[in-house]
Design a protein around this ligand. Structure first.
Ligand code: ANZ
Length: 802
């Protein structure tokens, strides 16, 4: 019998689908395991061999969990709204809905060959009104709670995509999608108050089993900064009050005694309070120049610039009078938009002071070894502050200075976050309509829940426009409506939601896909939530920040019972092309999984992707290596011809050790070492005349999550009536994890002088050490110098003494 992967794989894919073995049951006494991939957006290019790596991993894991007695939820769906789908549709001149349907069909066809255990009855698509009704419903709940609000603040606008973007959609200051530099534009926007959840999103990171670097990326994105606001009186050069004050935000109160100037952001409201008549012209020119720069340019610019306001401020601690400047390195949107200039210990302030010839003072004693050019901002003893403070650690001195200023009413604590509220409107067609009606009398009114979903209407032209209005604005019959509150004429909101909306809660819908009464029922959410293992290789901040935010909100309104959506996260490394570059149509190096599977089979493909390196590593594809896994599967197949009656005792220990190692490895996502343990066992089997059917069965079970088709076929050929995938995962026999001890002779200069009893797996060091501590042997070794040591495992130890 020869191994025909095509025939076997088609047979089992059909069988699994007909018998519905992988259908997930909701009413089960078993413990649950919810295993989820970051669902794909169905691009027009289809899948390349890199995409399924994570899907194969969750498939291995979910099969393993099922065999371990868990009720497994392992679903798949489509994240199909948003700019990528819309841009593809525009480029190819088809309606986004048509494009998405076609792309989903391609993706499904490709996935179908890989042999996944998805329960397709739970398939979701974020662009399906039955799905997005609940995305709209969640938005309405946020609106009711004041978490969705309207704003006219300038936002990031991509002139090429012609839409507003959230900070999370930027790469530096360019649009993450198309690489165009964004500009600031004021448009009426819906914004979600994610900042209200910043603290909880930070502290709950500690409860998550996530890679540390992802947690760190989240912490940095949220960017909590605990500091102090200091109040400065605006004065003339001579020190007389001008009747108003400036607050500066600082994290370094210890440096207050060394402040030699203040700097304001050019957009700051303080500017008008400080500018003196003679300076008006230069100030106006400087403000205009700043406004033409992007925020990133301002922050990263090597050259400092600025201009003097003509006013001064009185240091609340030392009462020194210092000049007030404008400079574009101070950001209007952070803190108070004003900073105290401390050139002694802050690099940007030093550059500025150098430019304007301002004095530099120090408040920390700079430790030995720091050269003058370095700006020292670390720990050290306080200096130049006065008897009471000098000699203290600078941090302690800072606390004391703060306490003193606080008592005088000149300082209070303030916590800042880098994360900004989430700009949630997109001026594009292919998104969920925002369920709001604008009434001239009642303002923004939520669409009544019983009128959801607000369906995305058909438009003639869904091309974006640069007017700042979405294509929906041109459909008058859709826009004109009545106010749900007063019944008067009103207009629909025409902006749509960003592509991140559906993915912010989709994992809940898989728990209760067909519920038309609520997003998810309390009972099913309680059973299935949270996601036990979430797998993906992108969105370290964005999607994971948004989903955590929505989840916490849904917790607050009682829809979900857990604080966090994804208990454990596994991040994968990408697969590069054989040439070491990213796999891309542009480089012509894309490999389609269909071609690989046609040639080598899905099982070989799956085993290869899991074997190619540690899961979290980025590794290049290698066709030569997949040939290796194909041969491995052929050898598994051939082994069926060598089955005998009794156990091959010599492999029992290795078999039990392999059961233990493979189990631990799959649980901890070490798939490559799991496969290599199976290969080692395979080699050992092949060295035996025969192995028992029982030993072969155990091997097939261990291999089945990786190579599900061939193992089910061989399992059936052993006379089993149920699929190997519903068999019980083997546990190792604890008594057989260690090989039985053997006694071997110890020779000294060719004569046997004693025996030692040890494991046949003992290393050379262990074996020699054991022999040397035996008094009967040591006596002979002490006769001279040991010249040579030989250990033949299971046979002999030999010393040559001269
Ligand atoms: C004086 C000082 C001395 C500072 C020193 C630092 C070091 P984080 O930790 O990121 O919150 N700052 C405050 N508001 C700013 C703004 N709108 N634009 C630019 N810079 C601003 O940083 C807080 C520090 O950033 C503050 O502490 C302030 O400079 C500066 F040796 O005050 B510091």
């Amino acid at each position: 019998m020869s191994y025909d992967h095509k025939e076997i794989e088609e047979k089992w894919q059909k069988r699994w689908s007909e018998s519905q073995v992988f259908r997930t049951l909701d009413n089960s006494d078993k413990p649950k395991s919810y295993v989820l991939d970051m669902f794909p957006y169905p691009s027009g290019e289809g899948l390349h061999v890199g995409h399924p790596k994570g899907y194969i991993a969750t498939d291995v894991y979910s099969r393993f969990k099922r065999m371990n007695g868990y009720n497994v939820l392992h679903p798949m769906g489509w994240d199909a709204f948003g700019l990528p789908a819309e841009n593809y549709a525009l480029k190819n001149k088809v309606h986004p809905r048509v494009a998405v349907e076609k792309n989903i069909a391609t993706f499904k066809e490709q996935l179908s060959h890989i042999g996944f255990d998805y329960d397709w009855s739970r398939e979701i698509n974020t662009t399906d009104p039955k799905f997005y009704i609940w995305t709209q419903w969640i938005f309405l709940q946020m609106f009711k709670k004041g978490l969705a609000y309207q704003s006219n603040e300038p936002i990031n606008w991509c002139p090429s995509c012609m839409t507003g973007l959230a900070n999370e959609d930027l790469d530096g200051n360019v649009c993450e999608r198309c690489g165009t530099e964004v500009v600031k534009k004021s448009l009426p926007q819906w914004v979600l108050k994610i900042t209200q959840y910043a603290d909880r999103m930070l502290s709950d990171l500690d409860t998550l089993q996530w890679p540390d670097y992802i947690k760190e990326a989240q912490r940095n994105w949220i960017g909590k900064s605990e500091g102090v606001e200091i109040i400065w009186e605006i004065v003339t050069k001579e020190g007389s009050s001008m009747g108003s004050t400036i607050s500066t935000f600082t994290t370094r109160t210890d440096t207050i005694p060394g402040v030699t100037f203040l700097v304001l952001a050019p957009e700051s409201d303080y500017v008008q309070k400080t500018v003196v008549p003679g300076q008006r012209e230069s100030i106006d020119a400087y403000v205009a120049k700043t406004l033409s720069k992007t925020e990133i340019e301002r922050q990263t610019s090597k050259e400092k610039s600025g201009t003097f306001t003509g006013s001064y401020a009185k240091n609340p601690f030392t009462e020194a009078i210092v000049p007030i400047y404008l400079a574009d390195y101070v950001l209007a949107g952070y803190g108070t938009g004003a900073v105290m200039g401390m050139p002694g210990h802050d690099a940007r302030d030093r550059e500025f002071a150098t430019l304007f010839n301002l004095p530099t003072l120090f408040t920390t004693n700079i430790p030995e070894g720091i050269t003058d050019k370095d700006i020292y901002s670390g720990e050290g003893k306080q200096i130049n502050t006065g008897e009471e403070y000098d000699g203290l650690l600078n941090i302690e001195a800072g606390e004391k200075i703060f306490a003193h200023l606080k008592e005088k009413g000149k300082a209070h604590t303030r916590t800042l976050y880098r994360i900004q509220d989430w700009v949630f409107s997109r001026q594009r067609y292919w998104g969920e309509p925002i369920p709001i009606i604008h009434c001239p009398k009642d303002g923004a009114v939520g669409v009544p829940e019983d009128q959801l979903p607000v369906l995305l209407p058909e438009v003639e032209s869904y091309e974006p426009s640069d007017t700042g209005e979405s294509p929906l604005a041109s459909i008058d019959s859709w826009v004109q409506t009545t106010c749900p509150q007063c019944g008067g004429p009103a207009k629909r909101e025409t902006n749509t939601m960003p592509q991140w909306a559906g993915s912010s809660w989709y994992y809940l819908r898989f728990m209760d896909t067909h519920n038309d009464q609520s997003a998810v029922s309390a009972q099913l959410e309680k059973y299935w939530g949270p996601v036990d293992v979430y797998v993906g290789g992108d969105h370290a901040v964005r999607h994971l920040i948004y989903a955590r935010f929505w989840h916490k909100f849904l917790f607050d309104i009682g829809l979900v019972s857990t604080q966090e959506p994804f208990a454990r996260l596994e991040f994968l490394g990408f697969i590069l092309a054989e040439d070491g570059r990213k796999m891309s149509k542009r480089y012509g190096n894309v490999i389609n999984p269909n071609d690989v599977i046609a040639k080598y089979g899905a099982d070989a493909f799956r085993v290869y992707e899991m074997f190619m390196g540690p899961f979290e590593n980025t590794v290049a594809w290698s066709t030569a290596s997949i040939e290796g896994t194909t041969r491995f599967i052929e050898r598994v197949w051939k082994l069926a011809e060598r089955l005998g009656e009794s156990d091959a005792d010599a492999v029992e220990t290795l078999l039990n050790q392999t059961i233990k190692k493979v189990s631990n490895d799959i649980e901890s996502f070490k798939f490559n070492t799991a496969v290599s343990h199976l290969m080692i066992l395979m080699n050992a089997f092949e060295k035996k005349e025969s192995i028992s059917t029982r030993q072969y069965e155990l091997f097939l079970q261990l291999l089945s999550p990786f190579a599900p088709h061939v193992t089910d076929e061989l399992w059936e050929r052993l006379g089993k009536t149920d699929s190997v995938h519903v068999s019980k995962w083997p546990s190792p026999d604890e008594n057989k994890l260690q090989a039985p001890l053997v006694s071997i002779g110890v020779q000294v200069n060719g004569k046997v002088r004693g025996t030692v009893t040890l494991s046949p797996e003992a290393t050379k060091e262990e074996a020699l050490a054991l022999a040397k501590t035996d008094p009967g042997i040591a006596r002979w070794l002490e006769q001279g110098r040991v010249e040579k040591e030989v250990y033949v495992p299971g046979r002999i130890i030999s010393f040559v003494v001269i």
